[in-house]
Write a protein that binds this ligand. Structure first.
Ligand code: ADP
Length: 364
């Protein structure tokens, strides 16, 4: 076969995206094909910069050109990324945010905030434009965790409205209810007051172009959650639990809330935190302090994706895992686990967006 743009396109239409199960050409992922003698170059636009499959997609493309166009073709594949989203018609200040992912737990203290913050760090590291919103009205901890206590928030006027500007740290746009009120005062907010404060956090902020916004929800499944979940266009939710049976029982309630027919937010997966402990002096031992595999079983039983498990680590200070300054090291111990969790998460986001888009196209 001769080396022409058409033949290259035909060959690449035989390569399937492993997650979306459709060919790269019909998914619109192939761009800028150039051919000259035996030289072929083109771009593959991935669905996220954190794409775990980029190397395998690249080698499948090269193989397809060799198999179907010319065995001696010199192939250059350029990888770029365009994060998928489901087009939303809301004209709100969230319109520049492609994906909004809630991190939820039934129970407090299972590591929801730790997971939300570290997912955001891994995403930002992968090159995705990332925001982290601390919606944990009862215990906003991001200001402390990111070393931003007492940091002043700036505001600007946009079309006559005052909009807050998120703070930026470690490549993440951050906003917390704790930037506006004293954390101890936030604790006494109830019902409608908390709900309207939360909505302001999302809608009265000047967000830039964001690929993934991670939202640290308050623990539980109360009215505040319902109101938030109904007003903010969520892409999906991540459920955090420990393997302990009480945590699992509450996490299951959170799953049921998102599955409720009036809410219908897809569950992108489950993170099992504090799965085991390995003491430094016995590096090949695992102790299952809160039970073995409760979160894995829950994911299996409810047919959800297990995004990953995280070990219990010994924090190097008494008050927890922080991501700032000298306390960064405790968080770094968990980073390899989070990189793998994020690779699984962005796959689930791409799959979920593709399914929603298909559904939208199929509807009259
Ligand atoms: P939640 O948001 O669910 O209330 P946090 O993320 O605030 O939970 O975590 C509760 C406490 O547990 C914090 O002190 C945090 O540093 C600690 N923690 C969370 N995950 C781990 C872990 N894998 N190993 C050790 N400590 C952890």
């Amino acid at each position: 076969m001769s080396v022409t743009v058409d033949n290259v396109l035909q060959a690449l239409s035989r390569v399937l995206d492993p997650d979306l199960k459709k060919d790269l050409v019909s998914l619109g992922m192939i761009r800028d094909i150039e051919v000259s003698d035996l030289k072929v170059s083109f771009s593959v636009v991935l669905t996220t910069p954190a794409c775990p499959l980029k190397e395998s997609i690249k080698s499948s493309c090269i193989q397809a050109i060799h198999d179907w166009v010319h065995p001696d073709a010199e192939v250059q594949v350029n990888l770029s990324a365009r994060v998928t989203t489901v087009n939303r018609s809301d004209g709100s200040s969230l319109k520049t945010v492609k994906n909004i992912i809630a991190v939820a737990s039934g129970k407090g203290g299972v590591g929801k905030t730790t997971v939300a913050a570290n997912i955001a760090l891994s995403l930002a590291k992968s090159g995705a434009r990332t925001a982290l919103v601390d919606a944990d009205i009862y215990g906003p901890s991001l200001p402390l965790m990111f070393g931003l206590v007492n940091e002043p928030i700036r505001a600007i006027q946009v079309n006559g409205q005052t909009k807050a500007i998120p703070l930026r740290k470690h490549g993440i746009d951050l906003l917390s209810i704790g930037f506006f009120v004293d954390a101890s005062k936030a604790l006494i907010w109830r019902g409608p007051l908390a709900s309207s404060a939360l909505k302001q956090l999302f809608f009265d902020t000047q967000w830039g172009e964001i690929d993934y916004m991670i939202v640290d929800l308050p623990p539980g499944t109360g009215d505040i959650h319902l109101s938030l979940v109904q007003s903010v266009p969520l892409t999906g939710a991540v459920i955090v639990t420990t393997p302990h049976e009480l945590a699992i029982a509450d996490a299951t309630k959170a799953v049921n809330m998102f599955n409720n027919e009036n809410i219908h937010v897809p569950i992108l997966g489950v993170v099992e935190n504090m799965s085991w402990f390995t003491p430094a002096e016995l590096p090949s031992n695992r102790y299952y302090i809160f039970g073995d595999g409760g979160g894995v079983k829950m994911a299996n039983d409810l047919k959800l994706t297990l995004l990953g498990q995280l070990p219990l680590i010994a924090p190097n200070n008494q008050s927890g895992i922080y991501v700032d300054n000298d306390m960064l090291s405790a968080s770094q111990q968990l980073q390899p686990y989070f990189d793998s969790i994020v690779a699984n998460l962005v796959r689930q986001v791409s799959i979920s967006n593709a399914q929603k888009q298909e559904l939208k196209t199929a509807l009259p």
